[in-house]
Design a protein around this ligand. Structure first.
Ligand SMILES: C[S@@+](CC[C@H](N)C(=O)[O-])C[C@H]1O[C@@H](n2cnc3c(N)ncnc32)[C@H](O)[C@@H]1O
Length: 482
């Protein structure tokens, strides 16, 4: 039987041995408590230096544990972990070996934090997945509003103190329930008569000022919460939008805030990543020059993380299902029986033109838009019938088309699209460095366009409703300056 305690580690010297992702995650949990963290490891993963006070890039040496109050070891080497456990235990230092209850003198619970409110779940190390699942449920039941609820109740307590009365004599239950209701907290927590809804996940926020008995499970009123679902989701395929972090959806932001792991692409905005808890593990699977993570590996990673019951946010640029390979990840998760959901995002196919003042449809100008990939045009293997596309009418929006723009222009003109058709290429749409190049189909091949750009072809590409005065005189479309 374990004895639960909450340690105050602020400024206390703690040692983490190991430089991998698990070690970093544990160090993140210590960092959230303002512990003074030292790391010993020959190599550390990217981002570890943001958490650790000092990093000694070398293997563990006998005696290293001696100056610390608490030690966590996650070296991945059972012999070293055993040595660290034995040395720490002999000195009376608390020690935890990642994922190895036998070599632990303490274990780490899963935690939901709401300001000073902290709910921990523990299985004494026998099933971290169950702890994590419970935490997911409690995260929904005990929402962010509990920080304000705690502050209100602290004020109330101080007020009672000030009157000279004893706080022991106050019947706190109705006051607590009223505070929960007034902040729209979970209905089943606000009403003691309500059966718990932890397993169904159908809990609703209470309506401020209403009778708790009338608020309830799966009621239609109130802001939707993640708990309005019948199965616990573990993996969320989340669209991050085209770039500007303010374009993230509210749902995506909420999921980020309770993620255990965020698997993200290279261009993920730091402000969006910063929404994840300090304890969350951030895994960059983005494509970088000289390094790509094969899609199969990403699929396997999501299945692996999801099968541990972790709350995983798979953060993808734009919308996950628009040239984002979200469908392949969904297939892999389905095959493995991992529960997942999809959180749509603003696709760059619409968001980038929009931010540049280009509507992809406009009455009497363009009644349709077609979104295509510009990948592999030359070999003809993109699956896009460019000559036929030239006859469809409306706006053509091309993603990933920069390097093949000459072939694209040639084939569209061969299909009958006039050489003077307006073209706009919006680079870094919605970002501070957004830049739009305006040209025509005939000029597309030689235009200075760089990735990541969304290329818009059609009459609307001459519009700029955001800053009409900056519009160049390359094309003359009636209404373009209006
Ligand atoms: C692999 S696709 C992913 C598209 C993404 N799923 C979406 O819905 O926006 C990447 C392409 O999207 C376009 N793109 C992404 N972000 C962009 C941005 N901020 N501005 C312009 N184009 C962008 C570029 O064409 C880039 O090559």
């Amino acid at each position: 039987m374990q004895f639960p305690v909450n340690l105050n580690l602020e400024g206390k010297r703690c040692l983490v041995v190991g430089g991998g992702r698990i070690a970093m995650r544990k160090a993140g949990q210590l960092a959230a408590c303002d512990a003074d963290i030292t790391v010993i490891a020959p190599d550390v993963v990217d981002g570890f230096d943001r958490i650790a006070g000092s990093i000694h890039r070398r293997p563990y040496q006998s005696g290293d544990v001696s100056d610390f109050r608490l030690v966590i070891t996650a070296t991945g080497n059972a012999v070293v972990d055993q040595q660290i456990h034995d040395e720490a235990d002999a000195l009376g230092i608390w020690v935890n070996s990642a994922d190895d209850p036998e070599r632990c003198t303490f274990t780490l619970p899963a935690v939901v934090r709401r300001g000073p409110v902290m709910i921990t779940t523990s299985t004494a190390g026998v099933s971290p997945a169950l702890s994590s699942w419970l935490r997911g449920r409690l995260t929904d039941l005990v929402g962010p509003e509990f920080e304000a609820i705690a502050a209100e109740l602290a004020d109330e307590r101080a007020r009672v103190h000030a009157t000279g009365a004893s706080t022991e004599d106050v019947d706190w239950a109705p006051i607590v329930e009223q505070a929960i209701r007034s902040h729209g907290g979970s209905a089943c927590l606000a009403s003691p008569d309500r059966p718990p809804c932890v397993t169904t996940g159908a809990c609703q926020p209470a309506q401020p000022g209403t009778d708790p008995a009338s608020a309830g499970h799966a009621a239609s009123a109130g802001a939707p919460r993640a708990t309005e679902r019948s199965d616990p989701m573990t993996v969320h395929l989340v669209g991050a939008g085209p770039g500007d972090p303010d374009l993230l959806t509210v749902k995506a932001a909420r999921l980020m805030a309770s993620a255990d792991v965020v698997v993200h692409d290279r261009l993920a905005h730091p402000d969006i990543l910063a929404l994840a808890p300090a304890t969350a593990e951030l895994i960059d699977v983005g494509k970088q020059p000289g390094r790509t993570t094969p899609q199969e590996l990403i699929n396997a990673l999501l299945v692996h993380l999801g099968s541990q019951g972790l709350e995983v946010v798979r953060l993808k640029g734009g919308d996950p299902f628009v040239f984002g390979r979200g469908g392949e990840e969904a297939e892999a998760l389905t095959s493995a029986g991992i529960a997942f959901d999809v959180v749509p995002g603003i696709t760059s196919a619409i968001g980038a033109p929009s931010a540049a003042g280009i509507p992809v449809t406009h009455r009497n100008v363009s009644a349709a838009f077609t979104v295509v990939t510009g990948h592999r045009v030359q070999g003809g293997s993109s699956g896009v019938a460019w000559e036929a596309l030239a006859q469809v009418g409306g706006t053509i929006v091309i993603l990933m088309g920069v390097s093949e723009r000459a072939a694209i222009a040639r084939r569209l003109m061969a299909g009958g699209l006039p050489a003077d058709t307006p073209v706009a290429a919006v680079r870094w749409g919605t970002c501070p460095n957004q830049h739009t190049v305006r040209t025509t189909l005939a000029g597309l091949a030689d235009a200075m366009i760089e990735p990541p750009s969304t290329i818009v072809i059609g009459a609307v590409a001459a519009f700029d409703f955001v800053s009409p005065s900056l519009l160049q005189d390359t094309v003359d479309i009636p209404g373009a300056r209006g």
